[in-house]
Design a protein around this ligand. Structure first.
Ligand SMILES: Nc1ncnc2c1ncn2[C@@H]1O[C@H](COP(=O)(O)OP(=O)(O)O)[C@@H](O)[C@H]1O
Ligand SMILES: [Mg+2]
Length: 213
């Protein structure tokens, strides 16, 4: 008799998904399971979880074809809302030294520029969604990614990243932001970059007015 022992180690309980460290065919793997939201109607909830599971797997593979580093997708079980991904060793950008974060922000800008240039918005650009492995930067977490060419949507990605720098990395926000913009501009070009930045300012203005009211 053959018996299989599958070891799962919970490494993160997220709002949307739980993340486990496990193996897939002998390879170190990350298992992402989208959880049931009790407040949502069950049929609707199943549909949302199926959609996001499939979308994440598709987007990860598509983005890879642009030459951006993402984990390999080992296996998708849409009925169980599960994705097995290649385990990417290294450090989250969030946990790097300030000096390193400033430097890596240019690479983040290039990666986001490449996504946008190919009509993909990431939807959750944070320093916890990038892993640095020696010299290589990998982008994770495509559950909220969308296909869109719109400047307004691309600006939302930039705006979110700026907010993350402002809250999680406040002492280096200016240097990190200009490093990011420099990388972004190298990929999308100066004119597109200015248009997106101007849209980011618009969003910020609207935010301020909304706070006043
Ligand atoms: N392929 C991977 N390799 C290594 N660590 C990963 C991988 N995928 C996710 N993680 C770890 O799990 C965390 C959460 O995963 P993520 O896909 O971003 O889900 P969430 O939607 O909860 O943010 C990441 O910040 C990272 O620490
Ligand atoms: Mg994440």
């Amino acid at each position: 008799m053959t018996s299989y022992l599958v070891i799962l180690r919970l490494i993160k309980k997220g709002a949307e998904a739980d993340i486990y460290l496990t193996t897939w065919n002998g390879r170190k793997s990350i298992l992402k399971i989208r959880k049931r939201k009790k407040y949502r109607n069950e049929i609707l909830d199943n549909r949302i979880r199926t959609l996001r599971t499939i979308r994440e797997a598709k987007m990860i593979s598509e983005v890879k074809s642009f030459g951006v580093n993402t984990p390999l997708v080992y296996f998708v079980d849409q009925n169980k809302f599960e994705i097995y991904l290649q385990f990417v060793p290294g450090d989250l950008v969030r946990d790097l030294s300030n000096k390193m974060i400033i430097k890596i922000c240019e690479k983040i800008g290039k990666i986001l520029g490449t996504l946008h240039k190919n009509g993909i918005m990431h939807g959750d650009v944070t320093t916890s969604n990038f892993i640095l492995t020696s010299n290589q930067l990998t982008i994770l977490d495509f559950g909220l990614a969308q296909r869109t060419e719109k400047i307004e949507d691309h600006a939302i990605d930039l705006r979110l990243f700026k907010e993350v720098l402002n809250s999680a990395h406040v002492s280096i926000v200016n240097q990190a932001w200009s490093s990011f913009l420099s990388g972004y501009g190298k990929i999308v070009g100066a004119s597109r970059k200015e248009k997106v930045i101007s849209q980011v300012s618009d969003i910020e203005k609207r935010g301020r007015y909304a706070n006043v009211v």
